[in-house]
Write a protein that binds this ligand. Structure first.
Ligand code: CUA
Ligand code: CA
Length: 540
């Protein structure tokens, strides 16, 4: 719920959230982690953002023109949906050079179906990689994997998606998840998975109708038909990011002081049967510092990785790392380091997840602020820090507090963000297009109140309903001025929402308390903002 805008209050937002007619909300909680944009031709098209909800396995789509969520999809058969990434083009049809899929990495393995079976047998649990259609927001398919998935990345040619795995052991306790020396980065051949599904080589789980293919190593031994490729990487990796030239994936070690560089072309070669061992796809494994997590790129051949334990950002050069890996002792991968405050998690460069990486800025989302800020309570605010990466040495140039804890973000060049300032009245079928149309209509005990707002007037100065009525208020903001938003609150009725210029929203509630209720504007709009009121009169 957002009390300021009325998300969770208006009928329109309830429809997106899946609130039932009796008002029952399926989930009041969420745990968002990662946000990524939609692409055209390898860069942001400014159309959508996608964000995951780890707790309930949901993916939300945000329209970038209004910066509002317009769809939420709950993914079946998964728990702990952590990594998310959009595809950048179609793996088969070259003409489709924009996002149509969002890939979802599943972190917690569960019995399938999770209906009470196999509770005490974690070896039988498994995880699923999921593909969601970005237009319909329906789940297209799922792929069974060995081990779990954490972060997700996608290739620039649309052919591969991948996820780093820290629990290839399928362990149920933390020490079990650390029992192997190496885990993996699992790659998915998107075209092959979709061909297998088309050919009916899929199964379903429980009540879900989503087709599932088998991407476990045992079922994918022959590279020429394999749906998945498991590239071994050091113990419990975290984070996988692709370089803007589309050539390399950097997978961070977390429990190993290394980053593993995996070559995209070599993974494709393995899928074509031209490479014997997936390990041959690893082209560098430089030692970069303690607790490496996430990597951004500057488009000039350098990577910037957050070091959680060292509280640093390390800049390292990809070419030097590859030379050192081949045995060139003069090659020094690490170029520079800078302290951040403190313990960074995600870090990202400006436009760094696109082919237009501009090498200007890096933002470090820090998990702790310790002595950095006044201790305003047991819960401290955290800090995000901006680093200028345009020169040889990194320079800290900005810092601000954030709500705990800053998790992930992207830096999008301003010309890619084309928000609308005023809505189109015709986009709302229920719009009240003229103040003269304000009225109360009754059908039995269902009452609809048609209202407009235009500073400093709410279309009806008062309206009367009866105790027990089901009241729907439809409110259109007739103001056309940019940023001239009105609010509408009803005391004791748990109603408060905003309408932006030329926007229409509605609320429905039961008039169960007789009396006078001042409906007032909650969003500063005019010198007479305080006077902008109406009265709801509820007869007993
Ligand atoms: Cu309308 Cu304040
Ligand atoms: Ca592990």
């Amino acid at each position: 719920m957002d009390c300021m805008v009325g998300w969770g209050i208006t009928n329109e937002s309830k429809a997106v959230m899946g609130t039932k007619p009796d008002g029952t909300v399926k989930y009041n909680t969420g745990d968002t982690h990662h946000v990524h944009g939609s692409y055209v031709d390898g860069t942001y098209d400014g159309k959508y953002l996608f964000v995951n909800d780890k707790i309930h396995g949901r993916v939300a789509r945000i329209r970038m023109d209004t910066m509002e969520t317009d769809k939420i999809t709950e993914i079946p058969n998964i728990q702990g949906f952590h990594g998310i990434f959009t595809d950048k083009r179609d793996p088969v049809d070259e003409k489709i050079n924009h996002t149509t899929r969002v890939f979802c990495g599943n972190e917690f393995h569960i019995p399938q179906p999770n209906d009470g079976r196999d509770l005490d047998d974690p070896k039988k649990y498994f995880c699923l990689f999921t593909c969601v259609d970005t237009e319909t927001m329906q789940v297209r398919w799922q792929c069974k994997v060995n081990g779990n998935m954490d972060l997700v990345a996608t290739s620039y040619d649309g052919k591969l998606a991948c996820a780093n795995q820290y629990n290839t052991e399928n362990g149920a306790h933390y020490e079990d998840t650390m029992s192997s020396e190496r885990d993996a980065c699992v790659f998915f051949d998107v075209a092959r998975i979709e061909a297998a599904i088309k050919a009916g080589k899929s199964f379903t789980i429980g009540d879900s109708k989503v087709p599932v293919v088998d991407g476990t190593p045992d079922a994918n031994k022959d590279p020429k038909t394999a749906l998945t490729c498991y590239v071994p990487v050091p113990k419990n990796p975290h984070g996988v990011n692709i370089s803007p030239d589309g050539k390399y994936y950097a997978c961070s070690g977390k429990l190993s002081p290394t980053a593993t560089l995996i070559e995209h072309a070599s993974v494709l070669k393995w899928f074509n049967g031209e490479l014997k061992d997936p390990r041959e796809a690893v082209v560098a494994e430089p030692e970069i510092g303690l607790g490496p997590l996430h990597t951004g790129f500057d488009g000039r051949g350098n990577a910037y990785t957050t070091l959680f334990l060292d509280s640093q950002i390390v800049k390292w050069n990809l070419d030097a790392a590859m030379k050192a890996f081949k045995g060139d002792k003069s090659a020094k991968p690490v170029v520079d380091r800078i302290d951040v405050h403190y313990q960074p998690g995600h870090g990202f460069t400006s436009m760094g997840e696109t082919k237009e990486a501009d090498g200007k800025f890096f933002i470090s989302d820090n998990k702790f602020s310790k002595d950095r800020l006044l201790p305003v309570g047991p819960l401290h605010p955290e800090v995000a820090q901006m680093i200028d990466i345009s020169g040889d040495k990194m320079k800290l140039v900005g810092e601000h507090t954030t709500w705990p804890e800053p998790h992930d973000a992207i830096i999008v060049r301003r010309d890619r963000v084309k928000t609308r300032q005023v809505y189109n009245l015709d986009d709302f079928p229920n719009a009240v297009k003229d103040a003269k149309d304000c009225r109360v209509e009754r059908k039995g005990n269902k009452v609809t109140v048609y209202l407009t707002s235009q500073a400093p007037v709410i279309g009806l100065r008062e309206f009367k309903v009866k105790r027990g009525d089901e009241v729907t208020i439809i409110l259109t903001n007739l103001d056309k001025v940019e940023d001239l938003t009105h609010g509408f609150a009803i005391p004791k009725y748990n109603v408060n929402f905003i309408v932006n210029p030329q926007e229409t929203k509605s609320v429905t509630f039961k008039a169960d308390k007789p009396g006078v209720y001042w409906c007032y504007c909650t969003h500063f709009c005019h010198a007479l903002h305080l006077e902008m009121r109406s009265r709801m009169l509820v007869e007993k």
